[in-house]
Ligand binder design. Structure first.
Ligand code: GDP
Length: 329
């Protein structure tokens, strides 16, 4: 919920963002997250004004079930990257969480070190009512962060729902964090999510867990071999790491750079982004049309009655839909 009163002009937001002003960036993201119609128009203007400065960062999606060590990992890897001179922004998507009013990063103890790091910017997720709304806002926030000069964007999501597909649709590199466990190595994470991963990191490869982690690495490598190869010619890799002990981070960064090189050499990097953008446009159109439809008085007046007719099987659902659409048009 946007709890701010003051609005600035689109130029003021844009200038602030382009100068790397964090406060203005935060205000602009709050604007983007606002549910008010006027704010949506203003934020579109801001986005248009900074568009020329977007697209230069590396966008990395990070997912994994709760407890896998995402925040510890983001803290460790984020600190590693800022140590290399990178500027990092961390955004999150978690429409389902009840914690801290829907924010998985709202908890103050998470990413304590990174949140004090001047080269890092952490932004909790929007509390959206629908996944579509949240992910749209995250895309926009990502572009604003790029315009503010961040080299790397992390988009974190909890590996339990459909938000993975949404995140996969807005990043260049998709990383899945997993744990080595006794028994079924693939337990808890859907096959579809594994299929989207460009790399799997088996976290908590430390102490007594080291052997288990190497076993898991082999199991996942075998599992990934069963998936059909992707068009990009990139074969997903499996690594072990310890976020707690800062191990495996250099390896992972090298892997990500190799991935980037591989994708760019084949023109696949740009192709992916182009496809993502076109899909975003189409999704927006679909979203807006649907909203117009349900907001229309002609539809509102008869919708409940039509639903009852469908439930009572007086009218086939497709016929009811056609009748409602006719009313709308
Ligand atoms: P999240 O829910 O995925 O964000 O997971 P957290 O980062 O909150 O971590 C969950 C728990 O696992 C915490 O107690 C962490 O200290 C612990 N943890 C995270 N990474 C590691 C690791 O690499 N090794 C070990 N041994 N514990 C870890």
């Amino acid at each position: 919920m946007a709890n701010f009163k003051k609005r600035f002009t689109a130029d003021a937001y844009a200038e602030g963002i382009l100068q790397g002003d964090r406060i203005m960036l935060s205000r602009a993201i709050t604007l983007v997250e606002s549910a008010l119609r006027e704010d949506a128009l203003l934020s579109e203007q801001v986005l248009e004004k900074v568009m020329h400065a977007t697209g230069k960062s590396l966008r990395i999606g990070i997912t994994g079930v709760p407890g896998v060590g995402k925040s510890t990992f983001i803290e460790a890897f984020g600190t590693y990257l800022t140590g290399l001179g990178k500027k990092l922004a961390v955004l999150a998507i978690d429409p389902s969480s009840q914690r801290s009013q829907g924010s998985i990063l709202g908890d103050k103890t998470r990413m304590e070190e990174l949140s004090h790091n001047p080269a890092a910017y952490i932004r909790p997720s929007a509390t959206g009512s629908s996944l579509g709304g949240v992910t749209t806002k995250t895309r926009e926030s990502m572009l604003l962060c790029e315009a503010a000069g961040f080299d790397i964007i992390f988009i974190e999501t909890v590996g339990v729902g459909q938000s993975e597909t949404a995140v996969h649709g807005m990043v260049d590199f998709f990383l899945l964090l997993m744990l080595a466990g006794a028994g079924d190595e693939l337990q808890g994470i859907k096959k579809g999510i594994m299929e989207m991963a460009d790399a799997i990191v088996i976290n908590k490869a430390d102490g007594d867990n080291i052997q288990l982690a190497s076993n898991a690495k082999i199991a996942y490598e075998n599992a990934l071999h069963l998936f059909p190869p992707s068009d990009s010619g990139w074969y997903p890799k499996v690594l072990t790491a310890s976020a707690l002990k800062n191990e495996g981070l250099t390896h992972l960064w090298e892997l990500i750079l190799n991935f980037e090189k591989h994708m760019k050499a084949r023109g696949q990097f740009e192709k992916n982004r182009n496809e993502q953008n076109l899909k975003w446009m189409k999704e927006t159109i679909r979203h807006q049309l649907e909203k117009l439809f349900y907001d229309a008085d002609a539809v509102k007046r008869v919708l409940a009655a039509k639903e009852t007719e469908v439930i009572e099987r007086k009218v086939p659902a497709n016929v009811a839909a056609r009748q409602l659409l006719d009313l709308f048009f």
